[in-house]
Ligand binder design. Structure first.
Ligand code: KIV
Ligand code: NA
Length: 264
């Protein structure tokens, strides 16, 4: 099997094949995800919450991201490896290029940053150095303190229009992929239809080109309260491998996400 590249993802969007994505933070999960047919593996800065036990992603540093990117890269050959740029690591274009270079050298094939209107210059600088970029729109966890909490984004018309404009601007600046977190399903579908690049969703309904979840969430770790968009694939599986394979199949078949996982 050939490694997944940007052209693979573009072809999947064009042909309507759903892109199955998951986070991973170490080589063990990377190997299981690869074997299950995951197309894109994200070393998310969610590791600040999942691995380090913090309440937000704000404490995560470049050293942490670089270390976990190396761990995941060691276990991965086929899926596209995307690594998150952590809090303030892309505050200006030069800093963004230097930090993205660290993640690319650690084995990433693309970096992701939480983009809004102001991020076009940073994305253009990365694109200019041949670094593929995913722009993360909607709920942006690194801005949680400014936003005053984690909540669905783009619910009123002005906010929805602004997000559509951001998506256009960031793609025009050179973003190769968009990720929408906690966005009403109709808005996510509209942005997906308008975008030339693939759009991955989390809590963004079924009308996007692919889905992503935090791997611990979809395995039911820890038990208890979970975001509405999460399905526990471990509930009906007898192994972690089987649960991750079931997730990939459910994304490919359009059985995940269902209506109940999305927002209006
Ligand atoms: O950090 C992360 O895991 C993410 C995904 C939830 C999209 O950004
Ligand atoms: Na993230």
């Amino acid at each position: 099997q050939r490694p997944v590249t940007l052209s693979t993802l573009a072809k999947m969007k064009a042909e309507g094949e759903k892109i199955a994505c998951l986070t991973a933070y170490d080589a063990a999960f990377a190997r299981v995800e690869e074997a299950a047919g995951v197309d894109l593996v994200l070393v998310g800065d969610s590791l600040g919450m999942v691995i380090q036990g913090h309440a937000t992603t704000v404490p995560v540093t470049m050293d942490h991201m670089e270390y976990h990117t190396r761990c995941v890269a060691a276990g991965l050959h086929i899926p596209l490896l995307v690594a998150d740029m952590p809090f303030v690591s892309y505050a200006d274009p030069q800093r963004a290029v230097d930090n993205a270079a660290r993640l690319m050298r650690a084995g990433a094939g693309m970096v992701k940053l939480e983009g809004a209107a102001g991020q076009a210059e940073v994305i253009a600088a990365l694109a200019g150095q041949g670094i593929p970029v995913c722009a993360h729109l909607g709920l942006r966890p690194q801005s949680v303190h400014k936003a005053g909490g984690f909540r669905v984004q783009g619910r009123d018309e002005a906010a929805a229009d602004a997000m559509r404009q951001d998506a256009r601007d960031l793609v025009a600046a050179g973003a190769d992929l968009l990720l929408l977190e906690c966005v009403p399903r109709d808005l996510a579908q509209r942005i997906t239809a308008e975008a030339e690049v693939p759009v991955i969703g989390i809590g963004a309904g079924a009308g996007v080109d692919g889905q992503i979840l935090v791997v611990h969430d979809m395995l039911g770790i820890p038990p208890g309260r979970k975001p509405r968009f999460v399905e526990n694939f471990m509930a009906e599986a007898d192994s972690v491998d089987a649960a991750i394979s079931a997730y990939v199949q459910a994304v490919k078949d359009g059985r995940y996400p269902c209506d109940e996982h999305g927002f209006d």
